[in-house]
Design a binder for this molecule. Structure first.
Ligand code: ADP
Length: 160
């Protein structure tokens, strides 16, 4: 059985994450969507809000399970969940440089753990959680960028 983790901040989950997962869900038997909280990052949505949004948006993918972890090494999360693969998305050259370094560091922690990269669909490769937040702050149209539940949550959050 092939099991992967897809770790990230997902603040919030976007159509880019969703499309990547949809495609990856055909390659692995099981994918854990791991919502992480990194101590150095500032988030718009707290951990439980990010988890709830991910659960709502991913309920149509039977072999994807959303789990929540606070600051931990990715390799430790993979071991705990008995995963052999780390899944990450690549949108552009910047992602590639960053992800290559992370993957190499993860190899020093566990050489048997493989990082698998999915190239973002061209139609989603410009979507990032940070740009989404920027568009939401200025009241822009989020329709093609995030699921409806996320657009709604952004509107609510920015009213607070
Ligand atoms: P992190 O803080 O770990 O970078 P993100 O939520 O920004 O968390 O991203 C999680 C993963 O999803 C990363 O591998 C990132 O490259 C990938 N990703 C982000 N946006 C997209 C997108 N539009 N298409 C495909 N993959 C994406």
């Amino acid at each position: 059985m092939s099991t992967a983790i897809f770790p990230g901040s997902f603040d919030p989950i976007t159509n880019g994450h969703l499309k990547t997962l949809e495609r990856a869900s055909k390659l692995f038997d099981k994918i854990y969507f791991v919502v992480l909280t990194n101590t150095h990052k500032k988030y718009l949505f707290d951990q439980s809000e990010r988890v709830t949004l991910a659960k709502v948006c991913l309920r149509y993918l039977d072999n994807v399970e959303v789990v929540s972890r606070t600051a931990s090494l990715t390799v430790d999360v993979a071991h705990e969940l008995k995963a052999d693969f780390i899944l990450r998305g690549l949108r552009n050259e910047q992602d590639f440089s960053y992800e290559r370094a992370i993957a190499a560091l993860n190899k020093t922690q566990d050489p048997t753990l493989e990082t698998v990269f999915m190239l973002a669909d061209p139609t989603e490769s410009y979507i990032s959680s940070s740009m989404i937040k920027e568009i939401a702050i200025f009241g822009g149209n989020l329709k093609e960028l995030v699921p409806q539940e996320v657009a709604h949550a952004l509107e609510q959050k920015l009213l607070d």
